[in-house]
Structures are given as structure tokens and as C-alpha cells.
Write a new protein. Structure first.
Length: 114
């Protein structure tokens, strides 16, 4: 019996606008899934990327396409990982806090995602 491993794939798409604008922005997502080996995991990541491509006519006469660009990273997390982490990058702060500020995360109950 083949042992299935968990994989983490970071995918990128380009949002392209017909005409002079061209590339509008990038969209990225992390997919976590199981596969038998790195080669099949890469194929699954590619399939997922292509499945999420789209084409639409919007903004008057201009066509907008979501085009799959790349699998940026693909990592095996082993057969029985006990922890997943999805890094979402950095965001610009929208408030000012002094260096001396202390955070109290235990006082903020998290909301459910779904």
C-alpha cells in the first residue's frame, strides 16, 4: 500500500485586462492536499491552477482573464503532520501604535472562519 503524503502548494494567477492595462494584479492561494509522491502532487497542483482560470467580458468592451502563472512552491509535509501553517504575507498597518505597546491575544476570542 502506498503511503499518501500531505502537500502544500502555493499557486499564482495573473489578472489580465485586454488593451493597454495588461496585468492588473496577482492572485495567490495555498492548497493543501494529499498525493502519493512529489510528481503526482505537482500534477495535482497544476490541475488546480488551470481549473481556476477564468475569462469574462467586463468593464465595457474589455475582456478580463484570470491566467494560471505558476506553482510557486510545493512542499511535502509528511504522512501525518500534526500542524499546518499558511503564511499570508505582510499587510500595511492601518493604525499607529508606540513601540511600548503590549498585545494581549488571550483577551481576543477568535471568530469562526466558516
Amino acid at each position: 500500500m502506498t503511503t499518501m503524503h500531505w502537500y502544500w502548494a502555493h499557486l499564482r494567477w495573473a489578472i489580465m485586462v485586454e488593451g493597454a492595462e495588461g496585468l492588473r494584479h496577482w492572485e495567490e492561494a495555498v492548497h493543501i492536499f494529499r498525493a502519493e509522491n512529489w510528481e503526482t502532487a505537482f500534477q495535482q497542483a497544476l490541475n488546480r491552477g488551470y481549473q481556476q482560470e477564468s475569462w469574462r467580458q467586463k468593464e465595457g468592451w474589455r475582456h478580463i482573464q484570470k491566467r494560471f502563472v505558476a506553482v510557486l512552491t510545493l512542499d511535502s509535509m509528511g504522512a501525518n503532520p500534526w500542524h499546518f501553517q499558511v503564511d499570508l504575507g505582510a499587510r500595511k498597518a492601518n493604525i499607529e501604535l508606540p513601540f511600548e505597546h503590549f498585545f494581549q491575544p488571550e483577551k481576543n476570542e477568535p471568530a469562526p472562519f466558516f
